[in-house]
Design a binder for this molecule. Structure first.
Ligand SMILES: *Cc1c(COP(=O)(O)O)cnc(C)c1O
Length: 351
């Protein structure tokens, strides 16, 4: 607290990211990073960009990356917005596209950055409870709102909403912007980008941090009608003209170009996830169905907080949210086969 702070800063309760432990040999299963490195072609593209040319500003529009993403999804470059991680894209969406006179709607259990952006941009919100199986019920969103946002698959549950349900939600909600945050879509879902031609109020966000192993580069994007994209560009150009550095632009392009590597690593994560789910279930855990690169699980006889600290003592870090309805759950990122085996071997001794 300082008397120099602006009134809004006094009121903020910032997002707390998962721990990034320094230089240790911990098995890190707490922030949903990809256990495999980025494509060798991405590393090569970055190497080629390390030169005297770094004295120059990057392309403020990151046109090459927008075009690459547009080609990948079969849309126009004018339907693509890119930013410094999807968190920044989301911040601009909250700023540019959600109304202030009626509440924004999102699930009661969801990405905990959403209420933080609401506070920063002074947006009213209302949470809609997931059902008892932790699924999104689209009927709950049929009410007056200033926007709707939810992750799909949802975080931290990993549960997927079908494209049919998203279509139903959009049919009944045409007067405000609907954002589908697809941070984990490549691990088992179908993107709602296929619906943007049908609904001009739909915006889909994705990130290269998870399925494309580039959390350290900070690249995210949104796809939607050019009217929505223009709003985001207006905010971006009133905030930071160069959100993506030249290395990030090249890395992003190469990541989309190496489709084989992308598909192989996603498939390895998916196969490992199914193994982890089976093994945890065999130890008595209740595991939610997951379409993401993490699982959400609780044990009927063991306190989640205790399990987290016992795992930590043995060198494995997982995420725990001390919040209503989910404080007995662990969110465990899928690691390499070796890391997953270590997790399960330790869990076996704790249960
Ligand atoms: C990881 C994540 C993001 C942010 O991704 P970045 O591109 O790394 O900022 C956004 N939404 C959800 C639901 C996430 O899990």
């Amino acid at each position: 607290m300082s008397r120099f702070w602006s009134p809004i800063v006094h009121e903020l309760s910032p997002y707390v990211p998962g721990e990034q432990p320094k230089g240790s040999n911990l098995v890190k299963l707490n922030t949903n990073e990809n256990p495999y490195g980025p494509s060798p072609r991405v590393l090569e593209a970055i190497r080629l960009d390390v030169s005297d040319r770094l004295r120059l500003y990057p392309d403020p529009n990151a046109s090459q990356l927008k075009q690459t993403i547009a080609d990948y999804y079969g849309v126009d470059a004018g339907q693509v917005f890119v930013g410094n991680g999807s968190d920044e894209v989301l911040a601009h969406i909250f700023h540019a596209l959600f109304q202030h006179d009626t509440p924004l709607l999102f699930p009661d259990i969801s990405y905990s950055f959403y209420p933080v952006y609401c506070q920063l941009y002074q947006i009213d919100y209302q949470t809609i409870p997931l059902d008892e199986d932790f699924q999104i019920r689209v009927e709950g969103y049929q009410r007056k709102n200033g926007g709707i946002i939810f992750p799909n698959p949802n975080a931290p549950t990993g549960c997927l909403l079908s494209l049919d349900d998203i279509d139903k939600l959009l049919q009944n909600n045409t007067e405000s912007v609907v954002v589908v945050d697809e941070a984990y879509i490549d691990f088992g879902g179908v993107s709602a980008i296929s619906l943007i031609g049908k609904y001009r109020n739909l915006l889909v966000t994705q990130t290269l941090s998870k399925s494309r192993s580039l959390a350290g580069m900070r690249i995210g994007f949104a796809v939607g009608h050019p009217d929505l994209i223009d709003a985001l560009i207006r905010v971006k150009d009133s905030f930071n003209s160069y959100p993506l550095g030249s290395l990030a632009i090249s890395a992003g392009v190469a990541a989309f170009e190496d489709q084989d590597y992308f598909q192989q690593t996603c498939q390895k994560v998916i196969d490992s996830r199914e193994w982890v789910i089976r093994e945890l279930a065999a130890l008595g855990f209740d595991v939610l169905p997951s379409a993401a690169n993490f699982v959400f699980a609780k044990h009927p006889k063991h306190d989640a907080g205790q399990l987290v600290s016992d795992l930590r003592k043995q060198g494995v870090v997982v995420r725990h949210f001390d919040r209503d309805r989910i404080n007995q759950y662990l969110r465990i990122t899928i690691g390499t086969a070796e890391e997953n085996q270590k997790l399960l071997a330790i869990m076996d001794t704790l249960i």
